[in-house]
Design a protein around this ligand. Structure first.
Ligand code: ATP
Length: 239
């Protein structure tokens, strides 16, 4: 129903073989919400996103629109409506921009809808429109990150997972990218769960946030409250 959260994670455990990384995580993303996951290196942020996509051994519950995802394959989970923009972007460097966009639409049979979506995301990312026939690998880091986001959106997800979109980008490029993400959230109502080292920037954009430490959630709340929290400021915001 409309009042249930889009994503409800409860008691999530995840491990790489015998190495346990998540120890009973609880979190929610509501419809239309941007939620940021903060924490130190190695806290388990990337593993959380991977666990939601069925890319690591997982126990507990992950409900997307009331549908249980734990124990399912990544392919099945993607079809349920989760799209993942991994750290390092994972675009196909030898393919063109537009071929990458079409690759994001695998499994869709609505050719006209795919064409319309390509034009729609070119509208949000004009740089990609200019470079549609160019090899993706020849573009700048910022352009490649835009492409990774646009490609994920081509799957028409209910929830977009973003793993450190600012990694390796200049500040001004990062700010531009976050403005575009904000536009996609505002104009398309796209829900997002985002891992980001740049806590200040992420909290200025997100509605809510969680802080993860050694595989546990230690703090959750409105982005403005997390920003105002003195311990948080000292630990993550550097002022
Ligand atoms: P970062 O910001 O550095 O990516 P993170 O919070 O995303 O940090 P994770 O990448 O989720 O942290 O890693 C959490 C823990 O899991 C770390 O101790 C890490 O060493 C371990 N880990 C990550 N990937 C693997 C793997 N493939 N095999 C074994 N252990 C792993």
């Amino acid at each position: 129903t409309g009042t249930d959260p889009l994503l409800r994670v409860a008691g999530l455990h995840a491990a790489y073989r015998s190495v346990k990384v998540l120890h009973g995580l609880d979190l929610e993303v509501r419809r239309g919400e941007v939620v940021v996951l903060l924490g130190a290196n190695g806290a388990g942020k990337t593993t959380t996103l991977r666990a939601l996509c069925g890319m690591v051994d997982t126990q507990g519950s992950v409900l997307l629109d009331g549908v249980e995802l734990v124990g399912r394959s990544t392919e099945w989970i993607v079809r349920q409506g989760i799209a993942h923009v991994p750290q390092g972007r994972g675009i196909f460097g030898v393919l063109t921009v537009e071929e990458n966009m079409r690759a994001g639409a695998w499994g869709r049979r609505d050719a006209k809808g795919v064409d319309a979506d390509i034009e729609r995301w070119y509208g949000v990312f004009p740089r990609l429109a200019e470079r549609r026939r160019q090899r993706a690998g020849g573009m700048s880091g910022g352009e490649q990150q835009m492409l990774a986001v646009a490609r994920a959106l081509m799957a028409r997800p209910k929830l977009l997972l973003l793993d450190e979109p600012s990694l390796g980008l200049a500040q001004i490029v990062t700010r531009g990218l976050f403005r575009q993400l904000e536009e996609i959230n505002r104009d398309e109502g796209m829900s997002m769960l985002i891992v980001e080292q740049n806590a200040e920037l992420a909290l200025s954009f997100a509605h809510r946030g969680y802080v993860i430490e050694s595989g546990h959630i230690v703090l959750g709340g409105q982005a403005a409250d997390i920003r105002a929290d003195e311990g948080m400021r000292r630990a993550y915001l550097g002022y």
